[in-house]
Design a binder for this molecule. Structure first.
Ligand code: PLP
Length: 384
């Protein structure tokens, strides 16, 4: 859109910290070193060097020893989301459990695969375990055993919620009790700003019922299309049976392997510092402009702020006004499991420059105020 000056809509990496020179050097080395390998198909697991680098990442962040031969490199983590779902699905119409608000790409993939999605409410500590337990009971009574639970347990997209360790253990216990596998999407885990680093569910449960998904899109760039899935036998073999694309992009993986040969943290520290400045600017802008009107998340990581609007905001008018004034965001309905028109919106801040964030929040705040149908004080004090 030509008049879009403040694009809070798309969740992208920060262009200013994209490591052009280092990747140029890595690309030269990768092409020289992999010349012969590039004349062959890469195999179902993908580039060994990148799998070793990601195994080190898992060891360092999650404290789990992962065999590089249990890592499957994929075309972005989105391919891993689909592969995991195809592996665990028995037939169209199967039930899957998701957070009530979740990543639109996953919701769309599950809709295409004809899953019946059960949305579990989310709180500041992630998927609500009381609601999950009740739902699992109800499904069992109805003879509709869920095929798996999909969760974005860390810096959840869109809510920013992170599940603390105690709740993670609770989720694992429930999943075990009801014999439901877990697919954990840890796409944002390395985009960390502050606070405790919570361990992946995969590191807390060594059963094959755990599938783990991660991505390089958020710490490097989605254009590389590099993600991965980790699973233990026999689930791993079943995942590979569903892979029909002759393997992932070996060149992109080889370049990333050189780039990350000394670990991912050096570059993540640079990108996270820059992103944190932007997150803080957005939070300050919201506090200055909307503290009497809205509530929002303070995400300890990830790329989004989730904003709760008063019920009396005319959401169609808000969208039209914002677009006409050059502001874009994603409406709550994009993330809702049943596409319900909920009074929320998501603001992405990673790729905007600082001035765009500050100015854009002011314009958006004005649009929100003008879209309200009353001036009544808001009757909620929390995000959920
Ligand atoms: C939770 C989640 N999972 C997966 C993806 C897909 O990312 P990619 O395929 O670029 O790795 C995204 C992208 O925004 C996401 O938010």
């Amino acid at each position: 859109m030509s008049n879009l000056n403040y694009d809070f809509g798309s969740g992208r990496a920060d262009p200013d910290t994209f490591p052009v020179e280092a990747l140029k050097a890595a690309a030269l080395r990768a092409i020289e070193e992999e010349a012969v390998a590039l004349t062959r198909y890469p195999g179902p697991l993908g580039h060994r060097g990148l799998r070793e680098a990601m195994a080190r990442r898992e060891q360092e962040r999650e404290g789990i020893a992962v065999d590089p031969d249990q890592i499957v490199l994929t075309n972005g983590s989105m391919q891993a989301v689909t592969l995991a779902a195809q592996t665990l699905q028995e037939a169209p119409g199967d039930t899957v459990i998701v957070e009530e608000f979740s990543y639109p790409g996953t919701l769309s993939a599950y809709r295409s695969l004809k899953f019946r999605m059960e949305g579990i409410p989310v709180s500041e500590t992630g998927m609500r375990l009381d609601a999950l337990e009740k739902r699992l009971h109800r499904l069992a009574q109805e003879g509709r055993q869920a095929k798996f639970i999909y969760t974005i347990s860390t810096y959840q997209n869109p809510t920013g919620a992170t599940m603390p360790k105690a709740e993670r253990l609770g989720l694992i216990a429930l999943a075990r009790h009801f014999r439901v596998p877990v697919v954990e999407d840890n796409c944002y885990a390395d985009v960390h700003y502050e606070g405790p680093v919570e361990p992946a569910l995969y590191s807390l449960d060594d059963s094959p019922a755990q599938i783990y998904i991660c991505s390089l899109s958020k710490i490097l760039g989605p254009g590389l299309r590099l993600g991965y899935l980790i699973a233990r036998p026999p689930v791993l073999e079943r995942v590979l049976e569903h892979r029909n694309d002759a393997g992932g992009n070996l060149l992109a993986a080889a370049i990333a392997a050189v780039f990350y040969e000394n670990g991912i943290w050096q570059h993540a520290a640079i990108t996270n510092a820059a992103l944190k400045v932007k997150r803080d600017l957005l939070l300050v802008g919201l506090a200055d402009e909307l503290s009497d009107t809205c509530r929002w998340s303070t995400p300890a990581g990830g790329l989004f702020v989730w904003v709760r609007l008063p019920e009396d905001v005319d959401r169609r008018k808000l969208w039209q006004l914002s677009q006409s004034r050059g502001v874009s965001y994603l409406p709550g309905s994009s993330f809702h499991v049943a596409a319900a028109d909920v009074p929320y919106l998501r603001l992405a801040f990673g790729h905007l420059c600082q001035a765009e964030i500050s100015d854009g929040v002011s314009v958006l705040a004005k649009c929100i105020r003008e879209s309200r149908q009353s001036n009544a004080p808001i009757d909620f004090d929390s995000l959920f």
